[in-house]
Unconditional design. Sequence first.
Length: 248
Amino acid sequence: MTDKEWGLIKHYFEPEDLRGNACKHDRKQVVDAIFYWAKSGVQWRMLPNDFPPWKTVYDHYSRWNKGGVWEAMLKSLNGRCRKEAGRNPGPSYGIIDSQSAKTQYNSEERGIDGNKKVKGRKRHIVVDILGNLLHVGVHAANIHDTVAAGEVMRRAKEMYPGIGNFSGDAGYRGTAVKYADGELGVTLHISEKIKDGFAVLPKRWVVERTFAWLGGFRRLAKDFEVLAASAENVVRIAMVKITLAKCV
């Protein structure tokens, strides 16, 4: 990170009561190590010696995961990014989509996506019209999008009450549309195909671009995490780094 980027988020990493000598390491170096881990996809034990010891980095990472630091930080950065773009800090429109990813281990929440022939999990995300990540949910790949979308939209709506409508592709017809209308009081707009073959769909390209941004992080090439909650936080960490670059 640059010093300007660090200045935007350093207050989230104030020294806490950690065991041993963990407090002696500079917080910026620890966070840089976590970003390096997500970007390069290396194992914790393979972090370069330029960073603090990997056990120290992992200890911080684990504590910040449990404390919801990445989620809170991302929400704050989203508001800042939207204001700089001349928009209200709170989004009013969410775009939803999912991505199937193979799992490396016998992880929790694991299944087979019969349509894409992928054994693993799905990353379900909601983004705003700028492509900022509003919420991510990770679940077994055999759960259909229209079934899983309800919980993902509900969580996004809780975090951002101003969301009035969502947009999704044809895979969300049926259950998701009924849930959005009946339980959340919003409308889920379905983007239909314009023609057979490739075509850029209005609004839909925004969420696809976000997945493309996330594709630059090798830790997300597969789902290497055992816990679904950890898999969600890797997506958030990658998105924090992306959003930081947009805000400065």
